[in-house]
Every structure is written in C-alpha cells, then in structure tokens.
Design a protein around this ligand. Structure first.
Ligand SMILES: [Zn+2]
Length: 424
C-alpha cells in the first residue's frame, strides 16, 4: 500500500486515515486529548474506552466501524494525486475489549494487520472471525500480513483461556482460607474475572479506575471496590510482587496469581528443542499446569495473545505472500519468516504438510530433456529434484517455480520412476 494513505496504531506519521486496533498503551502511545491529525477509525467499544481515557477528545474525528462490516474509503494518492478506493473490514481479534484486525483491499491487493490477536479455533468468536476473514478474502491470496508475533517462538505454548480460567478457579478453591490477589493490566482479562465471579458466585474487588472500565464494558453486577465483600481481588499487575505478597502474608494468608503467556522461569532452550522435535501438540498445551514461581505466587498461562501453534495455524490458513512481525519491540522478537516462511510467498505452492513425495521422471515433449521431480502421493503437487531447485526452495526463489510451471504448461508428462528418499 502506498505510504501516506493509512496508518495503523501509528500516530506520528502523516496519513489520510488512522486506524486503532485496540487501546493497549503500546498501540495507542502518541494519542492524546489533543489529537487533530485526522480521522481515527476504531470499533465501537474502543471508541467508548478512548473517550473515557481522553474525555476532551474531538469526537468528530472518530469513525466507528462495525465488526464484520466492510466500509469504502475514498482517499487521494500522495504521489499521483489520483483517487484511491480502499475497502476495509474490521475482524474480531479476540484480544481485549474492542480489539480488531483490519483487512484492507485495494489496487495494492489484500493487506491484513492483526493488531494483537488470539486465535483459539475452538472458540465461537474465532470461528466467526475466521468466516468473516475468509468471506472478505473471497478466495484471493493475502499479499501482506502484519502479524502479532508477541509469542512467535515454539517455547510459547499455553492452553486455551477457558482451560486456564479453570486452573485459576482450582487454585482459588484449593486455598479456601486464603485471600487471593490477581495481577492484571488496565484493559484485558475481563473474561477471566467474570468467569471467576460466576463460577464461585462472588464479586471480584477491583480498583476504582478498573471498576469504571468494567461498568463501561457493561459488567455492572460482578465487581466492587469494597474489599470486605470478597476474598478475591484484582490488582495492577506491577504491584503484584514477591515483596508485596510477603507483606500481605504477615497480615493474612494470601496467594497471588499472575495470568500471562510469559513462561515464568522456563528454559527457552529446552522448550524450543522440544518444539523442534515436534513434541508440542495442541493436546499437550492444554495440560500445561500452573507454576508456583515462589512461595506465594502462581503463574497461570492465561494469554490474550496467540501461542506459537495458534500463530502457525493462522498463517497456514491465510498463506500470505509476505509476513511481517508487528511487535518489533518484544524482547522475544522473532521474525515470523523464520518459522513460517515455508507457508508464505510463492512457495505456498509447496504445502508443508504435503511431504509424501515419490521420485518421478518428467519428460519434456518439446525439448526432449528429462528431469526428475518429487511428486506428492496425496495431492499430486510436485517439486523439481535438482541441485538448483534445492537451493531455490531454501531461498524462496521465484525463478525455480516459474520455470517449473512453464515446463508443465509446455506439456511435460510424468513417467513412473523408482521411489527414493525425499529431499525434505
Ligand atoms: Zn494488546
């Protein structure tokens, strides 16, 4: 997409339209009550939260987009001055309240910016999001994917939020005489708190600013600021430390719970190796138990970001030509191309799951030359078994593929040949 048309979660560059995926601080840094650069597009929930955070924000600059509904934008090319027609579809990102992904369509092709997202395919909301995305793509390839790569590393595996919520409830139930403090941020984990409230039939105590947010989001009856009404409290995450818990335990037995995708005190090298050995499977992730990281605090793998396997499933679904990580500041930053390059670009011709290759001999009718290929027994996709092609596959070289397709179009025929070991 041409520069100067739209900005997504970036507020310091000149654009004609600005898109906010959600209101977490790392995506809205630069926004303020004085915003005047241009029209800001966001979901209706994010608009409510934005106006609560910045009460004097110029409302006339906010355009609310309905999730799943495509809108047309008419912009002007900064270079040619010609009209630019852009279609944008917001898709539920299932991250925090109001979070959406944006799918853009135009002369440049299809571009998807996920913002932050959780892709739990067993979840009803993700199923709807998947349908919305596939309908909007309408069989077209995704040209550019800007991906939430927060946990784009095999060491990041965790259960669904439903499973993690039950783990939190089990911890609370197994400590019936303890006060419970749960560390959360200013936005997110609402579903977890609500789940605890409904499952245990209690109110959850939150700090005043958080109660305001809960009411804004429509959670009126399950939260309170009165500590005497409940033994479960949500506190700002940064205040839940070993020192705080040690102090609280001098007054009353207290357990701390940190819901997060970050694997506290885990050996990355060890887990990475496990993943590379193919041992991390969805069913195994479901059983990752909470970890007691010190005498007072449990870490539960409750994450609003996708785990590695979910990111993999997502990239496999959309098969973009190009993929870029949207979280360069992550301390665990990994370029998504490193793990998912084989699902992207022109090499999406080769299906990663498609590896049951048999050696076949190809005869070119025109040139009389023969060549060996590896033909998949399942889907009949094929790849050239030559030294040059081997190199090309490694570097995602377009030329090799073009030559292969041309050869096929020119009337190559496949003759049966002896089976031999696959290259991959
Ligand atoms: Zn976020």
């Amino acid at each position: 997409m041409e520069k100067g048309l739209v900005s997504i979660d970036r507020w310091d560059e000149g654009s004609q339209a600005y898109f906010l995926t959600h209101l977490h601080a790392d995506h809205s840094k630069g926004l303020s009550s004085n915003w005047s650069r241009g029209t800001l597009f966001c979901s209706s929930t994010t608009a409510k939260l934005l106006l609560s955070k910045f009460p004097t924000f110029n409302v006339s600059l906010i355009r609310v987009l309905q999730i799943g509904i495509t809108q047309i934008l008419l912009l002007r090319s900064p270079t040619s001055g010609s009209d630019v027609r852009l279609l944008v579809t917001p898709i539920d990102a299932h991250h925090c309240p109001g979070a959406v992904m944006y799918l853009f369509r135009g002369e440049f092709g299809f571009l998807l910016h996920t913002g932050d997202f959780r892709w739990e395919m067993m979840n009803e909301r993700a199923v709807v999001a998947r349908r919305t995305l596939m309908d909007a793509l309408d069989g077209h390839k995704l040209d550019d994917l800007y991906l939430d790569n927060t946990y784009c590393h095999p060491s990041f595996s965790f259960p669904t939020r439903e499973v993690a919520s039950q783990q939190v409830i089990d911890i609370i139930n197994s400590n019936p005489c303890h006060e419970i403090v749960i560390g959360i941020c200013t936005l997110g984990k609402e579903d977890l708190l609500l789940h605890i409230s409904l499952a245990l039939g209690i109110k959850i105590c939150v700090w005043p600013e958080r109660l305001k947010t809960m009411h804004l989001l429509g959670f009126i009856h399950n939260f309170t600021t009165n500590t005497s009404l409940t033994r479960v409290r949500a506190v700002p995450r940064q205040s839940l430390t070993h020192e705080t818990l040690a102090l609280l335990n001098t007054l009353h037995p207290t357990i701390g719970i940190l819901p997060s995708g970050v694997p506290w005190r885990t050996s990355f090298v060890e887990e990475d190796q496990t993943a590379l050995n193919g041992k991390i499977q969805p069913e195994n992730c479901m059983h990752i138990p909470p970890k007691k990281i010190n005498p007072f605090i449990y870490s539960v793998r409750y994450s609003d970001h996708s785990c590695f396997l979910e990111i993999h499933e997502f990239v496999k679904l959309v098969r973009p030509l190009n993929v870029t990580g949207s979280v360069p500041s992550s301390s665990f930053y990994t370029n998504p191309e490193y793990y998912f390059g084989h699902l992207c670009g022109d090499d999406q011709f080769w299906d990663a799951a498609c590896r049951e290759f048999r050696n076949e001999l190809v005869e070119n009718f025109e040139g009389g030359q023969s060549d060996h290929i590896l033909l998949c027994q399942k889907c009949f996709r094929w790849k050239m078994k030559t030294e040059s092609r081997r190199k090309c596959i490694g570097s995602r070289c377009r030329k090799g593929r073009v030559h292969a397709i041309r050869r096929r179009q020119f009337g190559a025929k496949i003759a049966h040949y002896e089976e031999s070991g696959a290259l991959f």
